[in-house]
Design a protein around this ligand. Sequence first.
Ligand code: URP
Ligand code: ZN
Ligand code: ZN
Length: 483
Amino acid sequence: MRALDLVIRGGTVVTGTDAVLTDVGVSDGLVTAIGRDLGPAEETVDATGMLVMPGGVDSHVHLDQPPVGAEMCDGFDTGTASAAAGGTTTVVAFAWQTKGSSLLATVADYHQRANQARVDYAFHMTITDPTPTVLKEELPLLVAEGNRSIKIFLTYDGVRVDDAQAIRILAEARRNGALVCVHAEHHDLLAWLTEQLVAAGLTAPKYHPWAKPMVVEREAVHRIIALAEALDVPIQVFHVSGAESAEEIARAQARGLKVWGETCPQYLVLTAEDLDRPDFEGAKFVFGPPARTKADQEALWRYMRRGVIEVVSSDHSPTRFDATGKKIAGENAPFHKIPNGIPGLAARLPVLFTEGVSKGRIDVQTFVRLVSTNPARLFGLHPRKGTIAVGSDADVVIFDPHKSVTLTNAAMHHGGDFTPYEGYRTQGYPVATYLRGKLVFDGQEVVGPAGQGRYLARDLYPMIEPLGRFTSPFNPVDRILTR
Ligand code: URP
Ligand code: ZN
Ligand code: ZN
């Protein structure tokens, strides 16, 4: 009998449903055996006392994007190093169309940019310029090639789409079989509120959440759900920041709609008060939608436990705390000139585990579903990714549930010069990350080389098939009568 390449022995193997004391055998990059006494192996790793979990799947990661107001400080090399250091082995990153450019050329360009990736990756296509050529000619080719998700912004000058454009994108997503992910904030309302705050001289970072109160988000979430319902298109609402938006999603799900919600660790540990730190430090916490209240945090946990919010991603969107990034408009720039976004790839698993499992809010299987299994399923990567099962890629994080680490920027292994979680004390930390059976993070250093990450093309999968339910007997997307 041929020896296994690797056996991970003695740990508790956790999937989205089970936690079992057993061993995992790996050959040729795949999980090939689960059980006891797996026989000889080239290498054996002792995981006694550890959790052995599927590598994280981070389905919301900005890397190597063209500057929108600031320079992004992670490409696929450093960004995926950070992923590995945080126990994440798959990222879904954005192929970001700039206005006036071809979507085909954009995705081709991102294949080049991603050739330095250290973990596996897929693309969301960020559509900022939905011309007829993009929607009718380019999108179908790209979806058929395996890019099964689209990102749209309902706010941000230069990238946002209006409702008419959103409707056309939703229609093409339905025709071609792609999931639409949405940044939902009411642009005109937040722009007007910003104008009033600035005119009143209220420009410090702490006023950023005042310009983007919950109603700005809740209205846009409600609106995009209504559009998706009318066209019968599955959507995921990105970065749900609090109770009111989550409730919109819960109501949509109660109507039987394919509407999914995502939140991020920053909405679970940071609040609007963090933007009031002195010496412009509040700028480190500028992201949109903004961090909200403790009550919103507890509500998000409840919605996660109910399964309404099914995915916790990082929304890793890194810029430096210098003149290329957060201070691009000056040391004390008004809040609306501070670029939105924070780094978070490496912190995602440790922070969610600490807040969720160690503090008793969720069990460890729910944790695995939120950070790995559910994003893998929702984005068509499961069961290759997102689980530990015979036949799956041997993407594994060995996680010490008791390891306490004080987070620092250096521990994030990214290209940035700050982490919003500086000084945060974890209970639980990855001690080893394996990508397809190869060690990529040894608990201290990223050891997986740049360039070993593989592109993950995604076939059409049942989860994102439409319901076949319209508001009348007319299917307006295909212009046919349904009865
Ligand atoms: O503030 C944020 N979230 N910036 C990143 C881009 C986005 O909105 O997803
Ligand atoms: Zn967004
Ligand atoms: Zn984002």
